[in-house]
Design a protein around this ligand. Structure first.
Ligand code: 4NP
Length: 156
């Protein structure tokens, strides 16, 4: 199994959106028997919480399932259990480095570095723009899946 973990600050806006979108791609491309996906927060603020209403609304707009999305905090042994640990912004990546003690490790990535944008995913908790975040997260998830396909020689 190839295990993917998306990480953001609260695990209620961006990383659950990425988890749901990425899972949707895995289902559509028959990859759920080869790749798993989860998400987590760097903070402890929303442990056990459902996603933000804005995230639920935009996922429903695109008919992406929101089943099983529950806030949790990232823990140290996630580093061993996941093959791709993908932060939404620079601050998330710094926090992942701190938690794991692994700086500049190839399995720790910033999502939009995999796209032409090479920037932070804007946090809709503050911007209020869930559409902008959805569009960028969607591009990032697509690019991540292509990277995984290449690195693991998974055929289309
Ligand atoms: P997220 O956004 O990291 O994309 O889930 C946030 C969610 C909650 C808070 C901040 C950002 N908060 O301050 O509770």
């Amino acid at each position: 199994m190839i295990n993917v973990l998306f990480v953001c600050l609260g695990n209620i806006c961006r990383s659950p959106m990425a988890e749901a979108l990425f899972r949707d791609m895995l289902v559509k491309e028959n990859l759920t028997n080869q790749i798993t996906v989860d998400s987590a927060a760097t903070s402890s603020w929303h442990i056990g919480d459902p996603p933000h209403k804005g995230t639920l609304t935009i996922l429903k707009k695109y008919s992406v399932s929101t089943e099983g999305l529950v806030g949790r905090q990232m823990k140290q042994d996630d580093f061993e259990n996941f093959d791709y640990i993908v932060g939404m912004d620079t601050s998330n990546v710094k926090n992942i480095y701190q938690l794991t003690g692994k700086t500049n490790h190839p399995k720790i990535l910033r999502l939009l570095d995999l796209t032409e944008h090479k920037k932070d995913v804007p946090d809709p908790y503050y911007t209020g723009d869930f559409q902008e975040t959805y569009d960028l997260v969607s591009q990032g998830c697509r690019a991540l899946l292509e990277k995984i396909r290449e690195e693991h020689h998974l055929q289309k």
